[in-house]
Ligand binder design. Structure first.
Ligand code: MG
Length: 199
């Protein structure tokens, strides 16, 4: 149950708080109190923007296992649109260490594999401190994150090196408050009970 001061981002009923990254309404599937990626519908993001926050989100990879490594139950939660906390079915599914569920993709390996079986609901609780920038655009202080997966600490106050890059070195680029975004990686991953507390 969300705490009394939380902003409810998704209560299972509709995607009113979300929009497509491409513009226009978020076109993911909503039923049974969950939203599910529709392949090709693209990234969706919150209409509201945030800086420092505590985020709770629940996710589920498909019960029917298909694909392997990064091709199995892949999605992601982008803190401030640029920093991906990986969502992946990593239950008996080897992949590169910094691409696992609970990783900040290609930057921070999780402390442990805390994954439940495919088809089971899992939780992330994230404490996020936004990066700060100087007037000239240079970095004043990097983003910091603590993450619990299913109540297990997987990222302990880690310092990010910059925006998530799929290939190449991460880097920072000045920004202010930004959205929470969810990745369409082509796999039907579901989300529910999403709330946030601004810090
Ligand atoms: Mg991903």
């Amino acid at each position: 149950t969300p705490p009394s001061d939380a902003i409810i981002l998704f209560d299972g009923k509709n995607l009113d708080k979300w929009e497509s990254e491409k513009g226009g309404p978020a076109k993911w599937d909503v039923k049974n109190n969950a939203m599910t990626v529709v392949k090709g519908a693209g990234v969706i993001k919150t209409k509201q923007q945030f800086e420092d926050f505590q985020l709770h989100i629940e996710w589920r990879t498909p019960a029917e296992v298909k694909g392997e490594s990064q091709g199995r139950g892949n999605s992601g939660i982008f803190m401030q649109e640029f920093y991906e906390l990986q969502v992946l079915d990593n239950y008996n599914n080897r992949t590169y260490s910094n691409g696992q569920a609970g990783s900040f993709y290609k930057q921070k390996i999780p402390l442990v594999n805390a994954c439940k079986k495919p088809g089971e609901w899992q939780t992330y609780d994230v404490i996020w401190t936004a990066p700060r920038f100087n007037d000239d655009g240079s970095l004043k202080s990097p983003a910091r994150a603590t993450v619990l997966q299913n109540g297990v600490l997987v990222e302990n106050n880690v310092e990010l090196e910059g925006q998530t890059q799929y290939i190449g070195k991460p880097f920072y680029k000045k920004h202010g408050a930004k959205s929470i975004a969810l990745q369409d990686h082509g796999n039907p991953v579901s989300f529910r009970n999403i709330w946030i507390r601004e810090l």
